[in-house]
Write a protein that binds this ligand. Structure first.
Ligand code: 13P
Length: 352
């Protein structure tokens, strides 16, 4: 049963990092886009490559991934799909930890990414050395890290989780009487703790995008659309999560739009997800949750600039040149694969 116990935050000085502006890509004409897509299709085939994209990437990339036999998915399914697909090259449109996870699980495959600088604020806020020292201070805790971390942080963990499987895994650990050291997303960690009642300590990282959602502005928007269901990714602050009708991974939020009877939804996660939601539920009205309060010019800024570094233009370029290959040393990959495979095995055990 959910209950609350205290959850102690690590007292660490998080490193500073720069959040770039959302990249502005040239607007392609219909013919240019078609030509580029045709070229990418041909190169994927010729190079025995498959495109694996996240729901937050540009809609044209998502469509192309599906049209070419690849996948567009949440981070759990991206990892599973890449590791099981027979292609010899995986092209990962997403952020670096997704490319690294693909490489860790398929060390023999070539993994390419449109931009190797596409990082994640959670990954940046959890440097391996600092994190390892924190783990050393708490040897009696089971180390559970979010997939949004570097290979080195994963290698230091007992379990890797994504938002889609964090709850059942932590519940499983709590049932076995284990105490959990959680990193790096404080909001997801607190959400998991509230629902599982697990004894947890946690790293104070956050996603710079989800942290921008504002409960007060969300309440104002909801008062103008009282019939709308509120969908929230659990990387959002607790007061935003508390207003949600559905809290879940990107896949869970998409499923909610498809299956719930409501005709209107307010969506609190990266706006890239709206592409898939619109495709699957074209008759429904989707409103972006506000990321700023009254009077602000930026009503919704929920676009991850690192996810925005993926476009048809640089995807075509990496396929032409073969550059931007992801490397993870064999030793690190061997260690990091253990907790990732543990997660995938656990996910498999939950399937009917
Ligand atoms: P999902 O695993 O829910 O797709 O989330 C990935 C992510 O990075 C959210 O910011």
């Amino acid at each position: 049963m959910p209950h609350t116990t205290s959850m102690k935050e690590a007292s660490v000085l998080l490193p500073e990092f720069r959040v770039p502006e959302l990249p502005q890509w040239p607007v392609l004409s219909k013919q240019e886009e078609k030509a580029l897509k045709d070229e990418i299709r041909e190169m994927l085939k010729r190079k025995n490559a498959v495109l694996v994209a996240h729901y937050y990437t540009d809609g044209a990339l998502q469509d192309l991934a599906e049209e070419t036999g690849g996948c567009v998915a949440d981070s759990l399914e991206m990892a599973r799909f890449g590791s099981e697909h027979p292609a010899t090259t995986l092209v990962v449109a997403g952020v670096r930890f997704m490319g690294e996870t693909a490489k860790i699980l398929s060390n023999e495959k070539r993994v390419l990414m449109p931009d190797l600088n596409a990082t994640c604020s959670l990954d940046e806020s959890c440097p391996a050395e600092l994190f390892s020292a924190y783990c050393d201070e708490h040897p009696d805790y089971t180390v559970v890290v979010y997939a949004n971390t570097s290979a080195a942080v994963k290698a230091r963990s007992d379990w890797v989780v994504t938002s889609g499987i964090a709850l059942p895994i932590v519940r499983h650990l709590a049932d076995a009487g284990e105490k959990v050291l959680w990193a790096p997303d404080r909001h997801l960690g607190q959400y998991v703790q509230r629902l599982t009642g697990a004894e947890m300590i946690y790293w104070p990282g956050a996603c710079v995008i989800h942290e921008r959602f504002r409960a007060e502005a969300l309440a104002q928007l909801h008062s103008r659309h009282p019939e709308a269901a509120i969908l929230v990714h659990p990387e959002s602050p607790a007061d935003v999560v508390a207003m949600a009708d559905v809290v879940g991974s990107t896949t869970a939020l998409i499923n909610a739009v498809v299956t719930m009877p409501n005709s209107e939804f307010i969506v609190a996660t990266d706006a890239g997800i709206l592409h898939k939601m619109r495709k699957l539920a074209p008759g429904k009205t989707l409103l972006e949750a506000p990321t700023a309060g009254e009077g602000a010019t930026c009503r919704s800024c929920a676009r991850c600039p690192w996810m925005g570094m993926n476009s048809l233009v640089n995807l075509a370029e990496v396929l032409r040149s073969g550059k931007n290959e992801v490397f993870v040393s064999a030793e690190l990959a061997r260690k990091a694969a253990i907790p990732i495979r543990r997660m995938l095995d656990f996910a498999r055990s939950l399937r009917p």
